[in-house]
Design a binder for this molecule. Structure first.
Ligand SMILES: [Zn+2]
Length: 303
């Protein structure tokens, strides 16, 4: 199984420490990752996202908006939502989104920033109790929110929205396997990706794959196989990747979410990508990983 970008938690989430606010004696250092309206502070000269060993004075008003992410090498790591204060202006520092800076991140940084972005989005969208409408407050180092109305006291837990993403393949005896991809026009040309959709309440992941493929391209699929998953905090999903087999090649576009689609052999895909007439999904996505794994399996040459 291939570990996906943003998904390699190579630090200790230290879940048991969340209930002992204020840290433990063996934590020697602290690092804060400031996030301003979903943007990270990035130093162009150093080529690095900025982590701070202590909270600068100018961010003191928002110290309560920190969330404990975990421990790495004896250092406790927090993210800090500084969206409520004015836009940070620092020499050489620019504010950039995670999708912009990902090529310059290592796996650990990518996982930490994705975690930070996702959990701060959850805090930002759960400031009020869904049961009684009162304010909620952050507790357990930012891992729950509790309704401030004592008669209610509802506890809110961070949630993710499951979404399936599926590469559809078709195999016929004595013919090369083909896969069906969604084709989108971009400013630069054509871009392809597998098909995706959110899982509905009361539905298994496999059922969601079958339903979504029927809805989007009118194909009945079977042999649904799990491949990998990826946290996708844009804003709050987890992508669960599958390969499934179509019973025929006669697809029918839904004309809404899917405007164009095409069957490719692995060689055709490689040829078009190498010629520059077709672009794969972004490098940080499980969408691209699913296509690359399929090409590797069905073609001797690699992308
Ligand atoms: Zn309440």
């Amino acid at each position: 199984m291939v570990t996906q970008f943003y998904g390699n938690t190579c630090f200790d989430r230290a879940t048991l420490s969340r209930k002992s606010e204020g840290g433990t004696a063996d934590r020697r250092k602290t690092l804060y990752i400031p996030v301003w309206k979903n943007l990270f502070l990035y130093d162009w000269d150093e080529g690095k996202v900025q982590f701070y060993p202590e909270i600068p004075n100018e961010w003191a008003p928002v110290t309560t908006s920190k969330v404990f992410l975990g421990i790495d090498g004896g250092c406790e790591i927090f993210c800090l939502d500084i969206s409520e204060i004015k836009r940070p202006e620092r020499t050489n520092i620019v504010l950039l989104s995670l999708r912009k800076i990902f090529p310059n991140l290592n796996e650990k940084e990518a996982a930490l920033l994705a975690y930070a972005q996702g959990i701060l989005h959850w805090h930002g969208t759960h400031k009020y109790c869904g049961r009684c409408g009162s304010n909620t407050k952050s507790e357990e180092e930012g891992h729950i929110r509790v309704c401030c109305n004592k008669d209610c006291g509802q506890i809110l837990y961070p949630r993710v929205d499951p979404a399936i993403i599926t590469l559809i393949e078709f195999k016929k005896k004595n013919s090369p396997a083909v896969c069906l991809l969604n084709i989108n026009k971009t400013g630069k040309g054509l871009k392809c990706s597998p098909f995706a959709g959110f899982v509905e309440i009361g539905e298994s992941l496999e059922d969601a794959v079958v339903r979504e493929m029927k809805e989007e391209v009118g194909l009945e699929v079977h042999r649904v196989r799990y491949m990998a998953s990826q946290p996708w905090p844009f804003p709050s999903a987890i992508m669960i990747g599958f390969v499934a087999n179509a019973k025929t090649t006669d697809y029918k576009l839904d004309g809404d979410e899917v405007m164009d689609a095409k069957w490719f052999t692995a060689n055709e895909l490689l040829e078009q990508v190498n010629k520059g007439t077709l672009e794969l999904s972004n490098e940080d996505s499980i969408a691209r990983s699913l296509i690359q794994q399929w090409i590797s399996k069905h073609c001797k040459r690699k992308t």
